[in-house]
Design a protein around this ligand. Structure first.
Ligand SMILES: [Zn+2]
Length: 249
C-alpha cells in the first residue's frame, strides 16, 4: 500500500512542527518509546507540546526558549512578529481528516472527507517560523519527487504517441466534443479539461483530486496522456501554496 496526498500532508506537517518545536524548545519534539527516542506525531506536537507551551494560543516564539506572554499583543505585518501562530485547531482537524481518508482507502469504503484549502493554508502558514522558511520543506518530500519523475515519463510517452498519429486523425479527434463523447450517465459527471501535453480540450476526467477537488484525474482522448490522482493532488497543493503566498504578499 502506498500513501497518497494525505500521507504527504501528514509527513510535511510532522516535519514542519518538529522543526519548529526543536528550534524553540529543543528536545521536546522527541519522546521515548520502549527506550528509543522517536519524533512525536503531528497531533502530539500540536496538543501536547505547542498547545501546552503557548497556553493554547498556538503562538510559538521565534527565539529559542523565549517566554510566552499571555494572549500576545504584538501587532504588525506577519513577517515582523516575533512568533508564528500555529493553527492548533485547524491543523488538528486536518490530521483527523487524513486519518479518515486513509482508513476509508484501507478498508475500501467511501468517504466525502477531503483535505481542504484551509488545511493547506494552515500548513503553509507555518512557513513564517525561522526554523522553516520559503516553503521548500513542504515540497521536499521523496514521494513528491517521485510523482514528478513518473509524470515526466508519462508526458514523454504521450508525446511519442501523439507524434505517431497522422494529421487527419489528430484533426478528427480534436474536433470532437468530449463532454458529450465521454458522457456516461447524468449521475456520473464528466469534466473536460485542456490537456497539458497536446493542448486539446480532451482531457476527460471522471474523477478529481482528493485534496480540494480542483484538478481532474483521467485521460486525454487525443494524445492518451494519463493524469494520475497523485499528480492531480500535487498540482492542487502547488496551486494552493502559490495562492497562499500571493495572498500574503
Ligand atoms: Zn492530450
Amino acid at each position: 500500500m502506498t500513501d497518497g496526498a494525505e500521507g504527504t500532508f501528514d509527513q510535511a506537517l510532522t516535519n514542519g512542527l518538529a522543526a519548529i518545536v526543536a528550534h524553540t524548545w529543543p528536545g521536546e519534539e522527541m519522546k521515548t518509546v520502549k527506550g528509543k527516542r522517536v519524533v512525536r506525531s503531528a497531533s502530539e506536537l500540536l496538543k501536547q507540546v505547542i498547545s501546552e507551551r503557548t497556553n493554547g494560543t498556538g503562538r510559538v516564539p521565534h527565539a529559542p526558549d523565549a517566554p510566552v506572554t499571555g494572549e500576545g499583543t504584538v501587532q504588525g505585518p506577519s513577517d515582523s512578529r516575533p512568533y508564528t501562530e500555529v493553527d492548533i485547531e485547524g491543523l488538528g482537524a486536518a490530521v483527523a481528516a487524513t486519518q479518515v481518508i486513509r482508513h476509508a482507502r484501507d478498508t475500501g469504503t467511501d468517504t466525502d472527507t477531503v483535505l481542504t484549502e484551509e488545511h493547506l493554508v494552515a500548513l503553509a502558514a507555518l512557513d513564517s517560523h525561522p526554523a522553516l522558511g520559503s516553503l521548500h520543506w513542504v515540497q521536499v518530500d521523496r514521494e513528491w519527487d517521485r510523482t514528478e519523475i513518473s509524470d515526466d515519463a508519462e508526458i514523454e510517452r504521450a508525446h511519442r504517441y501523439y507524434n505517431a498519429l497522422d494529421e487527419a486523425e489528430i484533426e478528427r479527434r480534436v474536433a470532437l466534443d468530449y463532454s458529450s463523447e465521454a458522457f456516461i450517465a447524468p449521475d456520473e459527471p464528466v469534466h473536460v479539461e485542456q490537456c497539458p501535453v497536446c493542448g486539446a480540450d480532451a482531457l476527460v476526467a471522471h474523477g478529481v483530486d482528493s485534496m480540494a477537488a480542483m484538478v481532474g484525474v483521467g485521460h486525454c482522448w487525443v494524445c492518451s496522456y494519463e493524469r494520475s490522482m497523485r499528480v492531480a493532488d500535487q498540482m492542487t497543493v502547488n496551486a494552493l501554496i502559490e495562492r497562499t503566498m500571493e495572498r500574503d504578499n
